[in-house]
Design a binder for this molecule. Structure first.
Ligand code: ZN
Length: 337
């Protein structure tokens, strides 16, 4: 190829100019690539505007970025770093020899904020084992950072930070416990690498987990000796009897507030726990009670010992459940074991 005229070389292996895609932010260094082949001088110019390139490098008015260098290999590839501040279109003109022309046009935009948006959709979700998840869908410019602050109702806030992905999007999953029921406030700020930021705030609701399958744990791990339902002569057995030794520990089936703890005719030593949403559990025939009315208890917290107080035929726990005042079969709501 050494003695082939430049114009023919350019036709065979065109000169290519590559500029970064999209708009180049003002004031930032970017890379321009020039590729081609031929043993003739290479010229390249950059100038403002979109006017077509002139016929020869000697007529060009732009700022030279390559000035008549000859590259002594057959295929060359050069990277030129540029920085432009003025907004608008720019044209790059390259010449291989005196008349082979290649042209690229790019645009300098304002300091980047064009893609910076904060799009939030908060969705609620819930399941028994993992009480709930709210998903925030975020959209921002690439490499932006998201800072999500959540103020839980009646509690302190929490914070989730993330870096947005390659396409400027991300989903943030924010789990919440069953204790966090109600409306909550969030504030989300997305900040890009140029220092631009946008904030969006709003609220989302989480629903109670009470009554979801598996929400209640077994208060005692014994055999069931009597099931819920109508026995002979139509008397309702309003719970299940779980057999165990005297002094085995009884655990709260879920978090809640103790509404009464003391003697009750028929049930003996009885603890009643209100779980909200109309759900109440009660624990009868206890030999000992360790909680008092008004106390908040955790799921699994020991509330007393198994016994045989009042009318009973052997040590067992009578475990009952009310939903909005009506007796229900606790087995419908207990977690599998
Ligand atoms: Zn019973």
């Amino acid at each position: 190829m050494r003695h082939v005229p430049a114009a023919l070389v350019a036709a065979a292996v065109p000169l290519q100019i590559t500029v970064p895609p999209h708009v180049i932010p003002s004031g930032h260094v970017f890379q321009l690539g020039i590729e081609g082949s031929g043993h003739v001088p290479l010229w390249a110019f950059v100038r403002k505007g979109r006017a077509p390139c002139t016929g020869t490098p000697y007529e060009e008015q732009g700022t030279p970025i390559v000035s008549g260098q000859t590259f002594d290999w057959d295929g060359f590839s050069l990277d030129v770093l540029l920085r432009r501040r003025e907004l608008g279109p720019y044209t790059v003109c390259a010449f291989l020899g005196t008349n082979a022309v290649s042209r690229a046009v790019f645009r300098i935009g304002p300091t980047e904020s064009r893609n910076l948006a904060v799009d939030v959709t908060a969705r609620r979700g819930r399941s028994a084992r993992r009480p709930g998840t709210t998903v925030f869908h975020l959209l921002g410019s690439r490499q932006a950072r998201a800072d999500l602050r959540i103020r839980w109702q009646g509690g302190t806030g929490s914070r989730v930070r993330a870096r947005l992905g390659r396409n400027g999007a991300r989903s943030l999953r924010v789990p919440w416990s069953c204790a966090r029921v109600g409306m909550h406030r969030y504030s989300l700020t997305v900040r890009d690498r140029y220092g631009n930021s946008r904030t969006r705030s709003g609220s989302f609701r989480t629903e109670s987990c009470v009554g979801l399958r598996g929400f209640f744990i077994w208060p005692l791990h014994g055999f069931i000796t009597s099931y819920f339902g109508y026995a002979e002569r139509g008397r309702l057995h309003d719970g299940i009897d779980i057999d165990d030794n005297r002094s085995s520990v009884i655990r709260a089936a879920a978090w809640g507030r103790v509404t009464s703890a003391g003697w009750s005719d028929g049930y003996g030593n009885l603890t009643v726990i209100d779980h909200g949403e109309g759900f109440i559990t009660f624990y009868g025939h206890q030999s000992r009670i360790f909680v008092h009315a008004g106390q908040l208890v955790r799921r699994g917290q020991v509330i007393g010992h198994v016994g045989c107080t009042a009318s009973c035929t052997g040590t067992h726990l009578h475990f009952g459940m009310h939903v909005h005042g009506a007796s229900v079969n606790p087995l419908r709501y207990l977690r599998g074991r």
